[in-house]
Write a protein that binds this ligand. Structure first.
Ligand code: FES
Length: 166
């Protein structure tokens, strides 16, 4: 994922235009173009939506409507570290609900939220079949399993301090 400090200036718009240059006017290319931008930046800023609209020949309002309709598209930058809490049955049987509560309390956010300094976010994730690691979370997609409650507290405090939880 590309990281840039500004996502609205001329250089950013130029980069988005290059990114979606292969897509053609007409509604069929809208979602693939949006997925490409989302994958690249981790979210879809308004300026990028306008560039996609220009490329696929649709009104910007219609493109923005599609972005906000589909829950998989973010319209704000993701947190530095996103904690994916496994909501699957094996993890919950092995203390997953307490793990969730620890992250919520230590980070001061609810499920789906992120800290005001953007260091950490928390979202609900699904079992991916690694149940032998229960209870577990993913930190930016990397699994952290067999968590004790002390592990959860330590990881949450590290994230709050700006560490990546490695
Ligand atoms: S229930 Fe959490 S990984 Fe399967």
């Amino acid at each position: 994922m590309r990281t840039q400090s500004t996502h609205d200036g001329p250089a950013f718009r130029r980069a988005v235009r290059e990114l979606v240059a292969a897509f053609r006017p007409g509604g069929d290319d809208l979602l693939p173009a949006l997925h490409k931008v989302h994958h690249e930046y981790g979210y879809i800023p308004r300026a990028a939506a306008e560039e996609v609209a220009r490329q696929v020949g649709l009104p910007a309002a219609r493109v923005w409507g599609a972005i906000t309709f589909y829950s998989e598209f973010r319209t704000e930058p993701p947190a530095d570290v996103t904690v994916g809490w496994c909501s699957g049955p094996a993890c919950r049987l092995k203390g997953g609900d307490r793990v969730r509560r620890i992250f919520e309390v230590e980070l001061g956010i609810g499920m789906g939220g992120k800290t005001v300094d953007n260091r950490a976010g928390l979202h609900m994730a699904q079992c991916n079949g690694q149940c032998e690691l229960a209870p577990m979370v993913w930190l930016n997609g990397r699994e952290r399993g067999n968590l004790s409650m002390a592990d959860a507290v330590r990881i949450a405090r590290e994230l709050k301090a700006g560490k990546t939880g490695e």
